[in-house]
Design a binder for this molecule. Structure first.
Ligand code: HXH
Length: 330
């Protein structure tokens, strides 16, 4: 069988090409992973609830195994994610009787966790999503109402970046978020990063999750976002790219993957990568949130059990039109 050329090799002069993986997919998708990608992100294994499910009871097995796989194949590792409002255990914020813990207690937990995790992977994980999704979607508030904000206060972000920098001064530290191309949210994210930088916080990059759809965001909004984030003077990474074949939660509960959808998706991916190439001076990495369509988180989000086909390789691990469209942009 004719084998397709390597994606990561094709873009080697521009940026790394990564994939989100877990302990299963590094086995089931090994052929594609090793051939096409030179960076990995743990889909779940490095989140707070995975690493420290109980106070001072750390579980590093899956994360360690993923870092081993990466090193075996010369792939870089992005760390995802230290501080987030989801997949964080209740014990972090509440005592036995359910009362919120004090600022001092939660801050100690934040610092201890970051220090332990970032130190463990010093020199092996080259960048961290230090804070994930802290900016609010709607309304006038800058920060999302979360238990980190409620217990520690607004400076929890500063403390997180300082702790990560202390634990590994070489690591590149990112703020990562979704709906990153929405004009209002983009403005808020820029405001947050500008504020952190002006206070001397060690923040080096903006991670654009890029969970996109067939018709949104518009390519002009994507370009304006790359431009605005780049103007902050930070590095950019596309951290969780996928292009859903649905536009809305309300779209047909189940659709077939048709030739027409495959071509529409290919054109979206082509336009996106044409832009990434134009911004290659500031973009260091483009990571897909998965490898092939047989295993994607979008099968269960935003609608549980609704099949989606958001990636470059089909359910049989064959390259889709989107793969070839991207290759033409290399
Ligand atoms: C990402 N969140 C996470 O960074 C990643 O760790 C995870 O594995 C998958 C996706 C994306 C996301 C953000 C918010 C969200 C759902 C997914 O919740 C919403 C709720 C209502 C409307 C919009 C988003």
């Amino acid at each position: 069988m004719e084998e397709e050329p390597s994606l990561a090799k094709a873009f080697a002069q521009s940026f790394r090409v990564g994939a989100a993986v877990n302990g299963e997919t590094v086995v089931t998708h090994e052929t594609l992973l090793v051939r096409h990608f030179n960076s990995i992100t743990a889909e779940n294994a490095m989140k707070f609830a995975s690493l420290q499910p109980l106070p001072d009871h750390y579980r590093f097995e899956e994360a360690d195994a993923l870092v081993d796989v990466a090193e075996e194949h010369g792939m870089a590792v992005r760390g995802h994610t230290l501080i987030w409002h989801n997949q964080t255990p209740e014990w972090v914020f509440r005592d036995q009787s359910g009362r919120l813990k004090s600022r001092r207690e939660v801050l100690t937990t934040l610092k201890d966790h970051i220090n332990r995790v970032v130190s463990r992977y010093r020199g092996r994980v080259y960048c961290w999503d230090v804070v994930n999704e802290a900016v609010s979607d709607g309304g006038d508030d800058l920060l999302r109402k979360s238990l980190w904000l409620e217990t520690i206060g607004e400076d929890y972000l500063i403390e997180a970046f300082l702790a990560a920098h202390d634990a590994d001064p070489q690591a590149q530290l990112f703020y990562n978020d979704y709906n990153e191309c929405d004009p209002q949210k983009r403005a808020k994210i820029c405001r947050l990063i500008r504020r952190l930088k002006s206070e001397g916080v060690p923040i080096h990059g903006m991670g654009l999750q890029a969970h996109w759809h067939l018709n949104s965001p518009g390519i002009d909004d994507i370009e304006r976002s790359l431009n605005d984030y780049a103007e902050l003077g930070v590095r950019l990474q596309i951290t969780e790219l996928d292009i859903s074949v649905y536009n809305h939660r309300e779209d047909p509960p189940y659709r077939q993957m048709t030739p027409s959808l495959l071509l529409q998706q290919a054109e979206r991916y082509r336009a996106a990568f044409r832009l990434f190439k134009r911004y290659a001076e500031v973009i260091d990495s483009v990571t897909f949130w998965g490898i092939a369509d047989d295993r994607t988180w979008l099968d269960n989000f935003p609608v549980r059990g609704r099949k989606d086909w958001p990636l470059l390789f089909d359910t049989d691990h064959r390259p889709k039109p989107a793969f070839y469209a991207i290759m033409e942009q290399a």
